[in-house]
Structures are given as structure tokens and as C-alpha cells.
Design a protein around this ligand. Sequence first.
Ligand SMILES: NC(=O)c1ccc[n+]([C@@H]2O[C@H](COP(=O)([O-])OP(=O)(O)OC[C@H]3O[C@@H](n4cnc5c(N)ncnc54)[C@H](OP(=O)(O)O)[C@@H]3O)[C@@H](O)[C@H]2O)c1
Length: 280
Amino acid sequence: MSDYAGRKVLVTGAASGLGRLMALAIAAEGGELILWDVNRAGADAVRGEIARAGRPASCYQCDLADRHAIAASARQTLADHGGIDILINNAGVVSGKGLLEISEEAIQRTFDVNTLALFWTTRAFLPGMIARDRGHVVTIASAAGIVGTSRLVDYCASKHAAVGFNESLRLELRRQRSHVRTTVVCPFYISTGMFAGVKTRFPLLLPIMDPEYVVTRIVKAVQRNRARVVLPRLIYATFLARLLPVPLFDASMEFLGVNKSMDEFTGRAGEEDQLQRRQA
Ligand SMILES: NC(=O)c1ccc[n+]([C@@H]2O[C@H](COP(=O)([O-])OP(=O)(O)OC[C@H]3O[C@@H](n4cnc5c(N)ncnc54)[C@H](OP(=O)(O)O)[C@@H]3O)[C@@H](O)[C@H]2O)c1
């Protein structure tokens, strides 16, 4: 993908945070936005923002934790728009509790939204991309898909799976000599509210990043067909740190404060509370 102009771009989790900002930025570049979110009113508000800027956008209420809901939204999206040129798998959830404190339902939801939804959305829209031999699948993973940390066992495991999903898909497309591209995005913490309360020990080395900065980097990376975006750059050092003996690796994570970063996490009104409210 070199250009967003005239491209149909589907963003999941588009009602807030990175999803909203990516949708606005891509619309400003001439993209036609298709917004999916479980929060219908929020997605509709973003559609309104894009429409006021004179750009086309439509939105669909879809619970990414529900495979059947994804299939239904995909059918409707394909009926309304034909194919999708760029699929941005962005929706994500976090529980932020120790392994023994998280409910089974929350663990299930973490994997449904952060991992399994990637399969269902991509399987819905990839055939059209392959048939046209053009398209782009973007996976918003996390630095938590590269390193693990305490109080994020379910989240890190789901994001490691997201990184593996992207890498295997990229290699599968390569074997098919397809021109469909993939990008995986692995950022450290971003101040969207999803990780409210997290702390960084060395803010110059490992800053909690502004969402606008991260979105600018993602939007450019997709335009330039970059396969991987890791932010900030220090996170790349973790690939090298993997060569260390495990006790040294763990000590370095402790020293950098990564393993304590979630100690004061509050999240956005508590994801698990939200889940309970939705189930009530
Ligand atoms: N923020 C960070 O520090 C950070 C760092 C690295 C990676 N990431 C990743 O970046 C992505 C975006 O995060 P963000 O910070 O922008 O989070 P966010 O502000 O919480 O936005 C996530 C969006 O996804 C939606 N969503 C949640 N569950 C959904 C579901 N079941 N079905 C459909 N939509 C759903 C949310 O809707 P509701 O608000 O209604 O739930 C929200 O609009 C996520 O994949 C996250 O894991 C974030």
C-alpha cells in the first residue's frame, strides 16, 4: 500500500484511543473509513467527525469477542463496500490482574479480542485481497508481544500470539508470492487511558508515548509497507537481550522497571468491571 487515497480501510476498535486517531488520520489522507467497535455510539461519533471533515465513513457495531458477530459484520461490510483494501486489527482489552486474580471470563475475553478476532477478521477479508493481489493486514500488537511482564500474563500471552499470527501470515503470503502486505505494531505504553496508572522507571528511555505520535508512526509505516513498527526504539534491544541467560534477562527487565510497571495500574474504570456491566 503506498497511498490511502480512495482505499477502503477497516479499523476495529475505532471508537476511541488509537483506533479513533488512526481513522481520523487516514480519512485526512483520503481513505474511505469503515469503523467497527462494540461501542456503537462511540463509533458513530467518530463517523460524524470524519463526515464533518468531508470524508466518507460508515460504522458497524461488532463485538470482536464473538466469532458469529464478526462473521455477520463482515458479511454486511462486504455487501455494502465490496472488498477491504486495508484491515487494521486494532481493538484490544486488558485485565491488568495477576494470573490467579483474573476471572476465567476475562482471560477468555482477552484471547477472544486480542488474538482470535485476528483470525476471524483476516479470514473474512484476506480472500478478496489475495484475489486482487493487493491489500494490507495491520496487527496492532504490543511490546507485550515481545516481552512478558507481571500482572499481564493473559495480555502478554495474547499479544505474543498476535505477533506470531502476523509473522506466520507474512511468511505464508510470501510463499504464495502475494503482493498483500502485513505490518505488526509493537508499542510500549501509550497514554490513551487503556493502561492508566502504569509507571515507567526511565521516562527518557522508555516513555509513556502520546497516542498522536504513535498513530503518525503507524500511518506512515503502513504507507511505506514496513513489516514491523517497534516503539520506542529501545524495545528492539529486547531481541538482543534474549541472547542473555534467563536470570540476567529477568534482572534487566527488573532493573528497567518493566516488571514493576503495572504495580499502580488502574485501567479505564477497570476492564473487568466493564465486562461485568456488559454481562449484567
Ligand atoms: N494503550 C497502550 O498503552 C497500548 C500499548 C501497546 C499496544 N496497545 C494496543 O493498541 C490497541 C488500541 O489500544 P488503545 O490504547 O487505543 O485502547 P482503547 O483506547 O481502550 O481502545 C480500544 C477500542 O477497542 C474497543 N473494543 C474493546 N473491546 C472490544 C470488542 N470486544 N469488540 C469491539 N471493540 C472493542 C474499545 O471499545 P470500548 O471502549 O467500548 O471497550 C475501544 O474503542 C489495542 O490492541 C492495545 O492492546 C495499547
